[in-house]
Design a binder for this molecule. Structure first.
Ligand code: HEM
Length: 418
């Protein structure tokens, strides 16, 4: 792979960023793209014209402007033709891609469960789950991604939705296949398309049955709230509830799990910062925001222009697709001094790991609480945690980013919460 500095056109840099074998350290390529063209026009991105934004200013303005919307047109870049029809139809029903009025109605129906206050009430549960997971970790070597990072958010979101504990492994498998099908970077294999269809059918069938059960016997869970909820007197249809459940499960677990894995690795690669968090657990809220800025699990968002729109001296025409490289924006030196330095004590910086505007991450407070409890649990109970193994393998593609595994070890007895 050529070094970022050796690439002298925006297209050459984009070819690396969107390559199936993109490098794990993608940030030099983002810097290069930003310095060559902070807002770059590509005539044929998966067959359509698109703008790629990599500066803080361009990403921030486009994400927030009311003339830009999230639109099903962006889904064409994930299309796999007839063989991927089920997945495609489900994606088009996700609130993110509904017409604005429907998006706002579905979002308003579920948003009460994701307010800072509602989420704070779940902190104790998150702490208990973290403690239980650490209790179950072996002394010696283990895979932090598999044994800790994934089970925490999956358990939390399944518990919120009222999915029984014994069904959680099913969800992990479907969620994995659904996410693998939904990335734009790697060329899709037939197997990924097939697995994506099976996962979609699995979700559809499972949630349809769960809705029927909760209608007969409501519980204190999000599924029951979605069934009972009315916004402007309008209830969600079963299809809308299934799609909302799929989105919450999907958006709500791998993103957080990936950040637990990547964030822990970055902390262990910066022993002074790991030590700082051990000594100063009071800085955890800012520390999590810095880890999200430094290397986010959601690297890209999309928008489509509803009307002509000018940004950074370029005219974005109505219906043009915009790809927002959040990961590049979060390391723009114009927004953050010395952006490649991990500094858990940073304050007052421009950072938007949860996007912005009307589509801003609904689950951001839940994610923050889970991340805070995860890092606090690890630093408190496993202060001697160390990386083992060589270079990590990055999972995901251009949109989602994580680690396939994170081999670590801890020799200190940690079996019982202090
Ligand atoms: C580290 C964890 C997370 C990160 C980095 C993250 C990031 C993002 C980003 C960048 C967006 C797009 C915003 C935009 O286009 O402007 C988004 C949207 C969304 N996220 Fe998250 N997210 C995380 C965790 C969660 C969790 C835990 C949930 C729910 C349980 C969640 C639910 C959603 C939903 C529903 C949307 C779509 C919102 C809408 O259409 O109005 N996310 N997230």
């Amino acid at each position: 792979m050529r070094s970022a500095e050796a690439l002298d056109t925006p297209q050459a840099v984009l070819d690396v960023i969107f390559a199936p074998d993109r490098p794990g350290d993608i940030y030099p390529y983002y810097h290069r793209l930003r310095s060559l063209a902070p807002l770059h026009y590509v005539a044929g991105f998966h067959g359509q014209p698109a703008w790629v934004a990599s500066s803080w200013n361009a990403v921030h303005r486009i994400a927030r402007d009311p003339r830009m919307r999230s639109d099903p047109k962006t889904l064409d870049i994930y299309s796999a033709g007839d063989a991927g029809r089920g997945f495609d139809a489900m994606m088009r029903r996700l609130m993110l891609f509904l017409p604005r009025a429907d998006h706002d109605r579905v979002r308003a129906t579920v948003s009460g469960s994701f307010t800072p206050r509602a989420v704070e009430a779940r902190r104790r549960l998150a702490r208990q789950v973290v403690d239980r997971l650490i209790d179950d970790l072996p002394e010696g070597a283990f895979d932090l991604v598999r044994d800790f990072a994934y089970p925490l958010p999956v358990f939390m979101i399944c518990q919120m939705m009222g999915v029984p504990h014994e069904d959680v492994p099913l969800f992990i498998a479907w969620a994995h296949d659904f996410a693998a099908r939904g990335d734009v970077g790697p060329r899709l294999s037939e197997e990924a398309i097939r697995a994506g269809e099976a996962a979609t059918a699995g979700f559809q069938d499972y949630f349809t049955r769960l809705i029927a059960r909760r209608r007969r016997q409501p519980g204190e869970d999000l599924m029951s709230e979605m069934i009972a909820g009315r916004v402007g007197g309008v209830a969600l249809s079963d299809d809308e509830i299934v799609a909302a459940a799929v989105l919450l499960l999907q958006a709500g677990h791998s993103t957080t799990a990936d950040l637990i894995g990547m964030g822990t690795r970055h902390l262990l690669l910066h022993p002074d910062q790991w030590r700082l968090l051990i000594d100063r657990p009071d800085i955890i809220a800012g520390a999590v925001m810095e880890l999200l800025r430094y290397d986010s699990s959601v690297q890209m968002s999309h928008r489509v222009a509803v009307e002509d729109f000018e940004v950074e001296g370029h005219l974005i025409r109505k219906d043009a697709l915009c790809l927002l490289l959040n990961g590049a924006a979060n390391r723009d030196p114009a927004a953050v001094p010395d952006p490649d330095r991990l500094d858990l004590l940073r304050t007052g910086i421009n950072t938007a790991p949860f996007g912005g505007g009307p589509y801003m991450c609904l689950g951001q407070y839940l994610a923050r609480v889970e991340l805070q409890e995860a890092y606090l649990g690890l630093t408190r109970r496993m202060p001697d945690l160390a990386l083992c193994g060589g270079e990590p393998v990055h999972a995901g593609g251009v949109t989602l980013r994580g680690l396939a595994a994170l081999p670590v070890s801890s020799e200190r007895p940690h079996r019982h919460a202090a």
